[in-house]
Design a protein around this ligand. Structure first.
Ligand SMILES: O=C(O)CCC(=O)C(=O)O
Ligand SMILES: [Fe+2]
Length: 348
């Protein structure tokens, strides 16, 4: 996430989805109605599919049992190679923090609109309250309200966007984020090991990693078949850590072998994805709302990244060029969500 300069663009009126929902509209405003080919396949038809993304049990990686470690590292290799998406259970983050971040986030979204608008996301930027990735008046809108904040390094923070209400918001977000940051560092170590690399290779490569959070609140919608909660995209991070409200209906879907597969929510698990690899989207429901709290963890904007020499030889030719992560990030946030096209930035 970039604090990017404000681009003078006209995005038209962006309805606040929660306010719209209050009026219980029988017809959905045209700007939210997706073109026929872009409408969601709803859960009922998807429930027949084999829907399980891999599950990684972090305690098996940390309990000192070498056999369990080896087999779970293998699971992680498969999860990264074949899916790019998996859930982590027994991740070690205090569950009371999960509850408290959920509570302050929900409380924030339930504030009166005027209060939330004090932190409005300016067109062309990605921090604050509103809808991100809207760049024109004719672009369709997603059925979602977002609140996004840059966290680390200090320089990407915009203190004016940190809310004064609910009072516990800022402190809770700080504690939560520092735990999630440690989790990301540990997970990247295991990913390095699963690739046969030194555990600290990513930590060294990333510099002071960029961390940002986006909270997505999806109100119910009378016509979930016509709208999208969040348009298909892949994330511009190294890893993304998604927490969804316990007990909420499945909303996240990933594109696996050309089929949208719903991610069933496992209580207290974290959903991880390897950034900019697998396309995903969120659908909404007729009666239930849904909340997700999403952390993006990425290399420092200052560093240059590219294919690792360990993985390039005459049989595995280089497919990507080296590039500056800050440039990539700018490219990412100044393009609307459009599937996986962002990685073309680096393709040779
Ligand atoms: O809410 C979800 O499940 C998806 C969120 C997501 O993909 C994102 O914020 O990048
Ligand atoms: Fe995403």
């Amino acid at each position: 996430m970039d604090t990017a300069s404000v681009i003078p663009i006209s995005v038209g009126h962006i309805h606040d989805v929660q306010e719209l929902r209050k009026t219980k509209p029988t017809t959905i405003p045209e700007r939210f109605v997706k073109d026929v080919t872009e409408r969601p396949t709803l859960d009922t038809t998807l429930s027949e599919l084999p829907t399980h993304i891999p599950i990684i049990n972090m305690s098996k990686l940390m309990n000192g049992n070498p056999d369990e470690f080896q087999s779970e590292i293998l699971n992680l290799t498969t999860a990264c190679e074949e899916w790019g998406f998996f859930q982590v259970v027994n991740h070690g983050i205090d569950l009371s923090l999960f509850e408290s971040i959920e509570k302050v986030t929900k409380d924030f979204f339930m504030l009166p609109l005027e209060e939330k608008q004090k932190y409005s996301m300016k067109p062309g930027t990605v921090q604050g309250y509103g809808q991100a990735f809207i760049f024109s008046e004719d672009q369709k809108l997603d059925w979602c309200n977002m609140f996004a904040l840059g966290l680390e390094p200090e320089g990407i923070r915009n203190p004016k966007l940190w809310p004064t209400e609910p009072a516990a918001f800022n402190g809770t977000l700080e504690s939560y984020s520092s735990e999630v940051r440690k989790f990301c560092q540990i997970l990247l170590k295991y990913i390095a090991v699963s690739l046969g690399l030194k555990g600290d290779v990513f930590e060294e490569m990333f510099g002071v990693a960029v961390q940002a959070v986006r909270m997505n609140y999806y109100p119910p919608c009378s016509r979930p078949d016509l709208v999208m909660g969040l348009s298909p995209h892949s994330d511009g991070s190294a890893i993304t850590v998604l927490q969804q409200e316990n007990g909420c209906p499945a909303g996240l879907q990933i594109l696996k072998d050309n089929t949208w597969v719903p991610v069933q929510s496992i209580p207290n698990a974290l959903v991880i994805n390897i950034g900019d690899s697998l396309e995903h989207r969120a659908v909404v429901h007729e009666e239930s709302d849904r909340l997700s709290i999403v952390t993006f963890y990425a290399p420092s904007y200052a560093i240059e990244i590219g294919p690792m020499p360990e993985f390039v030889d005459e049989n595995n030719q280089c497919k990507y060029r080296r590039y500056n992560h800050g440039e990539y990030s700018k490219h990412y946030v100044t393009n609307k969500l459009r599937g996986k096209k962002n990685l073309d930035f680096a393709r040779i």
